[in-house]
Design a binder for this molecule. Structure first.
Ligand code: MRU
Length: 357
């Protein structure tokens, strides 16, 4: 998957691989209007917390680069409006808000030195910054992969959840990056992939990614997770994250919490792999993480075909796994273990720790 790019900055606009059409069709869409790019994030053309962060960074750069503002106050107002548009897309994925914060700081530092009526330098710098965010994502994934691979079993089954792969980050993936580097460095693994209803990121995206890389996999339905953890020789679980609170509580795709509890019951180590940008140390615990509620039609319909009568539906896109079920959190700066308040704050402050075994 080093050749598949879910997102790319080009002179024509921001190019996205349309993940709604995978695995059947590989179609790229070019976005020249930031509002349409924001709508694409909401509509799952691109998804996965780190990739959403890259998309927001490129979207902000795109919006500002098309601005016709004549004065700095006008440009600042437009900048804020663009950021607010992206902030309204996906509430749980904190990489989105990380990107908005980073661009707000960058904008203000550029604005201090801006020429009177010429904002070309600001526009160029924001476009460069967006591409820098993308480069950092790729580097982070490689580092996460190297740290995490050491924690994977030498052989046997590894379970994952949803899609935390190249499609979800713009690099080699977080959880799938760990798996990729483990396989590249000689681990003989078979990946158990739950389909991940209702949006089927496991069946449509993770199965496709692993198949492209010729990594052996077995696709299962979500309700088989407990059975395989009890009987299936699973040596480890590695998943991604959408937001990690200061105490290590982790929001990830709905179903992750049940997987983690069942992992504990069956003595299977449960690892989270995520970049530092997915940490939200402003939240003391996972109880404060906002959970995105998505449309009922994702549950009542499969590929546009109604599979349920018209009834009351719940569709939380994420759940929170308490830190006590997490064996370690793998970041690009090293591996954090409990107590997470200490280990995560050290990593966030820039400390590098070697991968613990
Ligand atoms: O709703 P999605 O597809 O954006 O959810 C994605 C996940 O939950 C991923 O596991 C998470 O974002 C980590 S991706 C590296």
């Amino acid at each position: 998957m080093r050749n598949v790019e879910p997102i790319r900055w080009t002179d024509e606009g921001v190019v996205l691989l349309d993940q709604r059409r995978l695995p059947g069709e590989v179609i790229y869409l070019t976005y020249t209007d930031y509002r349409e790019l924001a709508a694409a994030i909401k509509d799952m053309v691109i998804r996965g917390a780190p990739a959403i962060g890259v998309a927001a960074a490129m979207g902000i750069a795109l919006g500002v680069s098309h601005s016709r503002a004549k004065t700095l106050p006008e440009l600042r107002a437009e900048f804020k409006n663009i950021c607010d548009t992206f902030a309204r897309t996906r509430p749980t994925a904190v990489d989105l808000f990380w990107a908005i914060d980073r661009f707000t700081r960058k904008f203000e530092s550029l604005a201090q030195n801006a020429a009177q009526n010429n904002f070309d330098a600001i526009k160029d710098s924001l476009v460069e910054e967006a591409q820098q965010v993308h480069r950092e994502r790729r580097d982070a994934d490689e580092a996460i992969g190297r740290f995490g691979a050491e924690l994977m079993p030498a052989s046997g089954r590894v379970m994952t959840q949803c899609n935390a792969g190249a499609l979800a980050t713009g690099g080699i993936g977080t959880a799938l990056g760990v798996i990729r580097i483990a396989v590249e460095t000689g681990h003989t693994l078979e990946i158990l992939v739950p389909e991940t209803r209702p949006y089927l990121q496991g069946a449509r995206l993770t199965a496709w990614e692993l198949q492209q890389d010729k990594i052996p996999l077995t696709l299962i339905t979500d309700n088989m997770v407990g059975h395989f953890l009890k009987t299936g020789g699973v040596g480890a679980i590695v998943v991604g994250a959408d937001r990690i609170a200061a105490n290590g509580d982790t929001a990830n795709k709905i179903g992750t919490y049940a997987m983690a509890v069942l992992a504990r019951e069956n003595h299977v180590p449960f690892f989270v792999a995520a970049p530092i940008s997915t940490l939200d140390l402003s939240l003391a615990s996972g109880e404060q993480i906002p959970i995105e509620q998505r449309a009922a039609a994702e549950v009542t319909h499969v590929y546009g075909v109604r599979v349920a009568p018209e009834v009351n539906v719940a569709n939380p896109a994420f759940d929170v796994t308490p830190a006590k079920f997490i064996a370690a959190i793998i970041t690009e700066r090293g591996v954090a273990r409990a107590p997470y308040e200490d280990s995560l704050s050290r990593l966030a402050a820039g400390a590098q720790t070697p991968a613990a075994r």
